[in-house]
Design a protein around this ligand. Structure first.
Ligand code: SME
Length: 398
């Protein structure tokens, strides 16, 4: 019997006596996308590659060096040649660990130039263990006693085709490998590990591959179907928030803030329950200046996510700014946005789209938050504005 396995690309690979030249990223991406996590004890197919992609994206979100992003992507790559042996059994298999460690070192050396240092191993393991916690909790439904590890990426356990996952794995690899090798510099014609030359790699994409976005045309159709059935705002906006939260990757909050007019400043209620800071300041200055025109507020509406701030003054925060300027706010890093109002400390990026009544005035905003910096791009903006146009057209705003 042959002492090699034949890989997806047709290479003869000797698992007990591996040749570094036989290690191939296309084989790794393909096989890991077809290997099921948890030895198949999961409710639906979910691959080792999906786990590795989460780890790599988490390393990137933590702004760790490209070398560590790649290490996280490759940390289970030996499984494509040795298979995924459950941890308790692995401990019993004499020699298995040694083979696995040797092969992993070879894989790291092939793509990163050297094996991982002990500190790099510790960092990669920290993310691997965090992802394992969510795998056990959400994929295998195991009770977890510890606190949720702080993750920027929100792991998704939705079924995806292996072809789509394989493509994402390869795109991530190529992007970070390209940057890693270019940062190291060197002769552009030199043969580099893993095949190709620096010249070839320079032609590869220069921005991080995004997770496939939602189908915004489909989302617009879905919200239109809800609106045609029932245009009143409470059910419509509740389902709209649910649709978005469910369809968009790495979103921790999706919902609406609705414009509320200030109470009549001459009424007693306006003093007890001022609707905005403009009125508060006017009240502090005395009854006569309280007659200055106060601004409306944004009041929390239907949403999905953690509990959020109830009132936002017009012009304040990302939501108030979008409403006041009547312009979508696409914020890559909320901590760099002056006056950002933090509701969920996990949020790092935000997009807010104004919603109009039939007379053209701003009557509400759609607000979406993500733990991932730079999560939203102009494509999301166009898609969400299209979604909001449907709400404007069908909802009972007037
Ligand atoms: N961050 C928003 C507040 C609302 S929460 O994100 C749900 C803002 O700055 O307006």
């Amino acid at each position: 019997m042959a002492d090699y396995i034949t890989t997806y690309t047709g290479i003869h690979f000797y698992p007990t006596d591996p040749d570094p030249e036989a290690i191939n990223i296309e084989d790794i991406a393909h096989a890991l996308s077809l290997l099921c996590r948890g030895n198949g004890h999961v409710s639906t197919f979910w691959s080792v590659a999906q786990h590795c992609i989460i780890c790599a994206r988490e390393a990137a979100a933590r702004e760790w060096p490209d070398r560590l992003v790649l290490a996280c992507l490759l940390h289970d790559a030996s499984e494509c040649y040795l298979s995924d042996v459950p941890r308790p059994f692995k401990a019993e298999l004499v020699g298995y660990r040694e083979h696995e460690d040797r092969l992993l070192d070879m894989i790291y050396t092939r793509y990163l130039g050297t094996p991982l240092s002990p500190e790099e191993q510790r960092m990669a393991r920290e993310i691997d263990d965090g992802a394992l916690y969510y795998d056990l909790r959400d994929l295998l439904h195991n009770e977890q006693s510890e606190q949720d590890p702080q993750f920027h990426v929100i792991p998704s356990y939705d079924f995806r085709s292996f072809q789509e996952v394989e493509k994402e794995y390869l795109e991530l690899f190529r992007y970070y490998y390209n940057r890693y090798k270019n940062a190291l510099g060197g002769d552009s014609h030199a043969k580099i590990p893993g095949g190709g030359t620096l010249q070839d790699l320079a032609e590869l994409p220069t921005c991080p591959p995004q997770r496939p976005g939602p189908d915004y045309d489909l989302l617009a159709d879905q919200v239109r179907a809800f609106a045609e059935t029932e245009p009143s705002l409470m059910p419509l906006l509740s389902n709209a928030a649910a649709l978005l939260k469910d369809a968009m990757a790495d979103v921790n909050w999706a919902g609406f803030y609705l414009r509320r007019e200030p109470a009549d400043p001459s009424s007693a209620d306006a003093f007890n329950n001022p609707s905005s800071e403009a009125t508060v300041m006017a009240n502090e200055a005395g009854a006569s200046s309280a007659r200055t025109v106060p601004s409306p507020d944004l009041l929390l509406g239907p949403f999905q996510g953690k509990p959020a701030c109830i009132r936002i003054p017009w012009g304040r925060g990302v939501c108030g700014t979008a409403a006041d300027r009547d312009r979508t706010q696409l914020v890559s890093d909320v901590h760099a946005f002056p006056g950002h109002i933090a509701c969920d400390s996990a949020s790092n990026a935000e997009i807010v789209v104004p919603i109009h009544r039939s007379d053209g005035s701003v009557t509400a905003v759609l607000d979406i938050d993500s733990p991932l910096k730079g999560r939203f791009d102009p494509e999301d903006q166009t898609g969400l504005e299209q979604f909001v146009r449907v709400l404007e057209q069908y909802g009972e705003w007037d």
